[in-house]
Design a protein. Structure first.
Length: 46
């Protein structure tokens, strides 16, 4: 039973490494700006 569980964990771990997406700097900048605006509106950032 332990070996089977270990095999399942190894099997499930491999596809996750292949599903990596390319770094999207433009999307990161947009999200950062969105968060800044929301925090500013909430009064956290002046």
């Amino acid at each position: 039973m332990g070996k089977r569980l270990k095999d399942l964990l190894v099997f499930n771990a491999k596809p996750a490494a292949k599903d990596r997406t390319l770094f999207n700097g433009q999307l990161l900048d947009q999200r950062r700006e969105d968060v800044f605006v929301v925090l500013h509106q909430m009064g956290v950032i002046r």
